[in-house]
Design a protein around this ligand. Structure first.
Ligand code: ADP
Ligand code: MG
Length: 318
C-alpha cells in the first residue's frame, strides 16, 4: 500500500447527502444536480508561501482553501453543493492530514458543501479546491451585467484582509481580541453565500473582493463596459483595527488590500428601496458606496477631491 493510501482514508469519512449517489472511493463520484438548476463551478489553488505563510496550521489552511473557493459561489449567487480536493504534499504526515481533514470537513458541514473526491500527489504544499454549486438559470450575478446609474454596494467591511496580513507579518500590533478576530478573518473568511443568494434576486452584477475593491470593481467595469464613481468616505471600515493605523492607510487597505472576500454588487435604482429594507431589518449587512457611470473609468472621490490608488493586488509572504 502506498503511503498516501492511508492519508486518503481521512477524507472517506466525509458525510454525504441525497445529492450524492456515489461518494469517495470509486473512479468518479456520481452526483444528482437539482432539477432545473444550472451548475456553477469554480476552482481555487493555494500555494504555501504565496497564499498562506509557511508553517501555517493545517486546520487553518484547510478553512482558507475552502472559504476562498466558496466565496466564488457566493459572488455568483450560487448555493454550494459539492467540492473536490487536490492535495499536493511534501510528505505523508498523518497528523498534519488529520488536522487538515478535521478543519476542512467541519467547515464544509457549516456550509453544507460535501466532499466527493480528490487527488493526492507529492510536491510542494499546494491545495486546490473545486466547488460546485447550483443556481436558477438567469439569476447568476455575472461581472458583465452592470449598467450606468446602478448603485454599488459592498457587504460587511473592507480592509480586514490587509490588516490581517499586517498582523501575520508583524507589521502592526493590535489588542489580543483584535488579533484573534483578524487572524480568523484571514484563515476563515466567511463566504457570503446567504448574501449572494439574496442579492442575486435584485442585483445586475457582482464579484467577490479577493484582490481589493479597486481591482475587483474594475473587473466588473471592464466586463460591463462602464465606469464607477466611489465616495471613499462611505466605504465601511472594520472597527477592530481602525484606530491602530492612519485613516489614509485604512482606506488604502480597504481599496487595494485584498483578501476580504466580501461581495461587491451593482443594484438598479428600482431595487434600492428593497435592499435598504433588507439592510434595516438586518437581513443583510451591506453599504452603498457609489454608482456606475457611462465613462469607463473609476473615480474615488474623497471630500470633493479625486484620489489615486495603486492596484497592488495580493502580497507575497516571501
Ligand atoms: P484514481 O487512481 O482512480 O484516480 P485515487 O486512488 O486517486 O483514484 O483515489 C481513490 C478515491 O479516493 C477516489 O474516489 C478519489 O476521488 C478519492 N480521493 C483521493 N484523494 C482525495 C482527496 N484528497 N480528497 C478526497 N477524496 C480523495
Ligand atoms: Mg481511477
Amino acid at each position: 500500500m502506498d503511503e498516501f493510501a492511508l492519508i486518503r482514508q481521512n477524507f472517506a469519512k466525509a458525510i454525504i447527502n441525497d445529492s450524492v449517489a456515489l461518494g469517495i472511493g470509486d473512479d468518479c463520484a456520481l452526483l444528482i444536480p437539482p432539477a432545473g438548476k444550472q451548475l456553477a463551478v469554480s476552482m481555487d489553488t493555494l500555494v504555501e508561501g504565496t497564499h498562506f505563510p509557511k508553517g501555517a496550521p493545517a486546520k487553518r489552511i484547510a478553512t482558507r482553501a475552502l472559504a476562498t473557493a466558496l466565496s466564488d459561489l457566493a459572488a455568483m449567487g450560487a448555493e454550494p453543493l459539492w467540492f473536490t480536493l487536490g492535495l499536493t504534499l511534501p510528505n505523508a504526515n498523518q497528523q498534519w492530514v488529520g488536522d487538515f481533514c478535521d478543519g476542512l470537513l467541519e467547515f464544509a458541514d457549516t456550509h453544507q458543501c460535501t466532499l466527493v473526491g480528490g487527488d493526492i500527489t507529492r510536491g510542494p504544499l499546494t491545495i486546490t479546491v473545486q466547488v460546485h454549486g447550483s443556481i436558477t438559470p438567469g439569476q447568476a450575478l455575472c461581472r458583465s451585467g452592470a449598467q450606468p446609474d446602478d448603485i454599488i454596494y459592498v457587504t460587511g467591511s473592507l480592509g480586514d484582509g490587509a490588516a490581517a496580513l499586517a498582523v501575520l507579518q508583524q507589521n502592526i500590533t493590535v489588542r489580543k481580541a483584535a488579533q484573534d478576530y483578524l487572524v480568523d478573518r484571514f484563515y476563515k473568511p466567511t463566504p457570503r453565500i446567504k448574501e449572494g443568494r439574496l442579492l442575486s434576486t435584485i442585483a445586475h452584477a457582482g464579484i467577490d473582493i479577493s484582490d481589493g475593491l479597486y481591482a475587483d470593481l474594475s473587473h466588473i467595469c471592464q466586463a460591463s463596459g462602464v465606469g464607477a464613481l466611489i465616495d471613499v468616505n462611505r466605504i465601511p471600515l472594520s472597527p477592530y483595527w481602525g484606530n491602530k493605523v492612519s485613516r489614509d492607510k485604512a482606506l488604502a487597505w480597504a481599496i487595494s488590500g485584498g483578501d476580504d472576500y466580501e461581495l461587491c454588487v451593482t443594484v438598479p435604482r428600482t431595487q434600492v428601496a428593497t435592499l435598504e429594507t433588507w439592510i434595516k431589518s438586518d437581513r443583510i449587512n451591506a453599504t452603498a458606496i457609489g454608482k456606475i457611470t457611462h465613462k469607463p473609468e473609476i473615480y474615488m472621490v474623497n471630500k470633493g477631491k479625486t484620489m489615486a490608488f495603486d492596484i497592488e493586488g495580493y502580497k507575497h509572504f516571501e
